[in-house]
Structure formats: structure tokens, C-alpha cells
Design a protein around this ligand. Structure first.
Ligand SMILES: *[C@@H]1O[C@H](CO)[C@@H](O)[C@H](O)[C@H]1NC(C)=O
Length: 221
């Protein structure tokens, strides 16, 4: 019977619905069953993978050694991210959680990146690490953390981790998504295939195209 309500009442209702924060649904959808160990051989559907037959699931499916090995940090960034997402650990399918380990050599950097589908909670297990993120309003929040300390990165925001201590550092990062995704800004922009036109990047960063070419060359593009 909304048509019979006074316009002023409807306007007030509309105003209140804007003022009250809506409950947030920012993680993966809830599962519809106890477990759904992913059948990675099937094509991904819109949301995750089909389930392996329950009769074929064993205790072995629910454990993983995906993060047990130290990542090889002998590369330009001095860092290595090892993922325990649904692709590495199929039992995470539909459960809305995953983890990475981030190994950082002395001075190593996990370069600025975003996870489009998850917030991230980090715990430093070894070393001294500068972790920072930037809001969509361009405010930079950061902290130097040591063993046992936590830092949270809100979903989708650009962030990085840098080893600022002596020796190696190790961080475990956890996500409220089985497959958080990562857009690593330097590689996204400078080693996309096919390549982003030089003119776009030189205009975006206000530098000569030769500078863009230099950066692209460093990423093998
Ligand atoms: C680490 O990576 C470097 C560069 O790719 C490679 O030369 C080296 O053999 C790797 N080390 C190990 C232990 O795999």
C-alpha cells in the first residue's frame, strides 16, 4: 500500500535507509554442505569448483604441505609468495579461507599489490617487516612488525611488505577467500600480455616513453 503513504514519510524512510550502515557481506559465500573438496580436473564454475565424490574423500584431503617449504627469494624483488589457495589445497573449496607464506630475503620486497576478493590478516613469524597499505582516499597506513605481531589489510587496498631487519623474514598471510586473487602493480602495468601501450603508461606516470621502455625491459617485456 506504499502508494497511499505520504511522500514525506517515504522520503524519511529513504533517508534512514541511507544513514544506517548495511550489514557487510565481503567474504566468499557460505558453503551449502560440510565440505566440497575441489575436483580441480573439472572446469571452474562461476563460484569455485565442483566437489570430488564424498566417497573418494579421505583425511589426507584435509591437510596440505603447501606452505612447508621456504620460498626461493633469489629474484629481483628478493621475495617469494607461496600460496595455499583452493588451487594448491582443494579442500578449501567453498570454505572462504586461504593462506600464503611470504618469504623475504634481507631487504626483500613483496611489491605493491591488491587482492580483489579478500581482506588479509598477516602474522610475522620471523624478522622485522614494514607492512603498509594505502586507502582509496590516498592515506598511507604502515607499521614495522616483529615476530608474533599482526597487521590487517582491508579488502582490495594496495599494500606491500618489506623486510627491514637483519636476515630473512617470514610472514603468514590469511584471507577470507579461497582464491583472493592478486594484481601486482609493477607486473600488472609493465608486463601485461599483450603489452599496455607505452603512451598510456608514459601519460599515466608523466614520464618519457623511454622510461616506460626501460621499466618494461626489466620485466622482460
Ligand atoms: C632459486 O632461484 C634461482 C633463480 O631462478 C635459481 O638459480 C636457483 O637454482 C634457485 N634455488 C633453488 C634452491 O631452487
Amino acid at each position: 500500500m506504499a502508494a497511499t503513504l505520504p511522500t514525506s514519510f517515504l522520503l524519511i524512510m529513504a533517508l534512514f535507509s541511507c544513514l544506517y550502515p548495511m550489514p557487510s557481506h565481503s567474504s566468499d559465500p557460505d558453503p551449502l554442505q560440510d565440505f566440497c573438496v575441489a575436483d580441480l580436473t573439472a572446469s571452474p564454475s562461476v563460484n569455485g569448483f565442483p566437489c570430488k565424490a564424498a566417497s573418494a574423500v579421505t583425511a589426507h584431503d584435509f591437510s596440505s604441505a603447501a606452505l612447508s617449504g621456504k620460498g626461493n627469494t633469489s629474484n629481483a624483488f628478493g621475495s617469494k609468495v607461496t600460496a595455499a589457495n583452493v588451487l594448491a589445497f582443494p579442500a578449501l573449496n567453498t570454505l572462504g579461507v586461504s593462506m600464503n607464506r611470504v618469504d623475504l630475503a634481507e631487504g626483500g620486497l613483496n611489491p605493491p599489490h591488491t587482492h580483489p576478493r579478500a581482506s588479509e590478516l598477516d602474522i610475522v613469524l620471523k624478522g622485522k617487516v614494514l607492512i603498509g597499505f594505502i586507502t582509496t582516499g590516498n592515506v598511507y597506513y604502515s607499521k614495522v612488525l616483529t615476530r608474533g605481531e599482526l597487521f590487517v589489510i582491508p579488502r582490495g587496498l594496495v599494500h606491500f611488505q618489506r623486510n627491514v631487519g637483519k636476515g630473512d623474514a617470514l610472514i603468514i598471510t590469511s584471507f577470507n577467500s579461497q582464491l583472493p586473487g592478486a594484481a601486482v602493480l609493477p607486473t600488472t602495468l609493465f608486463s601485461a600480455k599483450p603489452s599496455i601501450p607505452d603512451g598510456v603508461l608514459s601519460q599515466a606516470f608523466q614520464v618519457e616513453e623511454s622510461v616506460v621502455d626501460d621499466i618494461k625491459a626489466k620485466f622482460g617485456s
